[in-house]
Design a binder for this molecule. Structure first.
Ligand SMILES: C[S@@+](CC[C@H](N)C(=O)[O-])C[C@H]1O[C@@H](n2cnc3c(N)ncnc32)[C@H](O)[C@@H]1O
Length: 221
């Protein structure tokens, strides 16, 4: 079984450590009920449809209606059609496996925490910078069920300006937010500089990517 991003997503060409989750997923897939995931900043489904088509029940949290229902975004290179999350769920016949939530994840929370909670490049987005990193990470951690997995691609600061934002941590700084009594960090790594240009930042630029995968310890651990 191999895991990859949805190749039809606008965001699919941009780096994610998501495929490395593959080896951790079978532990949630052997029970009688479908495993549950929450994708925070789900956009047009880059991480959602790979999970729904694998049988997961997903909550997709996203604020941008164009990426939820489809439409067009204007780039310098011209109009860019976006298929959208809901159309992708219909195309993959998995609408019944996804609940789409058009809310800010800092103001919402699932009734029941999930087996897997994913974010990618989320904490440093302009709409989230008003919060300290500990609150952004803590909110995402609170979505994870005991025994569940936390996954994030994150950006590490490359200069003083990014460091001053307070939301682009070094891996060691991020690790401090995972209390060893509650979490086992499986992986927390600096992946180095990766160049890209995309909606929201169309000039060619480099991001220093990090990725973290952590297990919330079961209540009886
Ligand atoms: C840059 S896109 C990335 C999409 C794709 N999942 C990826 O990582 O490649 C991040 C998405 O997160 C959404 N987002 C940012 N802050 C959010 C928040 N506080 N709550 C819900 N969605 C948020 C944005 O609207 C945007 O569509």
């Amino acid at each position: 079984m191999s895991l990859d991003v949805d190749p039809t997503s606008y965001w699919s060409p941009f780096y994610s450590h998501f495929p490395h989750l593959d080896r951790y997923l079978p532990r949630y897939e052997s029970g009688p009920d479908a495993p549950t995931a929450c994708v925070i900043g789900a956009s047009d489904g880059k991480f959602v449809t790979p999970l729904t088509t694998r049988g997961w029940q997903v909550i997709a949290i996203e604020l941008d209606p164009v990426f939820i229902d489809g439409g067009v975004v204007e780039l310098r290179t011209g109009p860019q059609p976006i298929t959208g999350l809901r159309p992708r769920l219909r195309e993959t016949a998995t609408e019944d496996r996804c609940r789409v939530v058009g809310e800010d994840y800092m103001l919402w929370r699932p009734e029941t925490p999930c087996d897997l909670v994913i974010s990618s490049g989320l904490w440093c987005m302009p709409q989230n910078r008003a919060y300290p990193l500990a609150e952004l990470v803590g909110r995402q951690q609170s979505y994870v069920a005991p025994g569940g997995l936390f996954f994030a691609d994150y950006l590490i600061a490359t200069n003083a300006e990014e460091r001053a934002l307070g939301v682009c941590p070094e891996p060691e700084e991020l690790a401090e937010l995972f209390d060893a009594a509650l979490w086992r960090v499986e992986l927390n790594t600096d992946l180095g500089l990766i160049g890209e240009s995309h909606l929201g930042w169309e000039d060619w630029h480099e991001h220093r990517y990090g990725a973290v995968i952590a297990t919330r310890l079961p209540d009886d651990a």
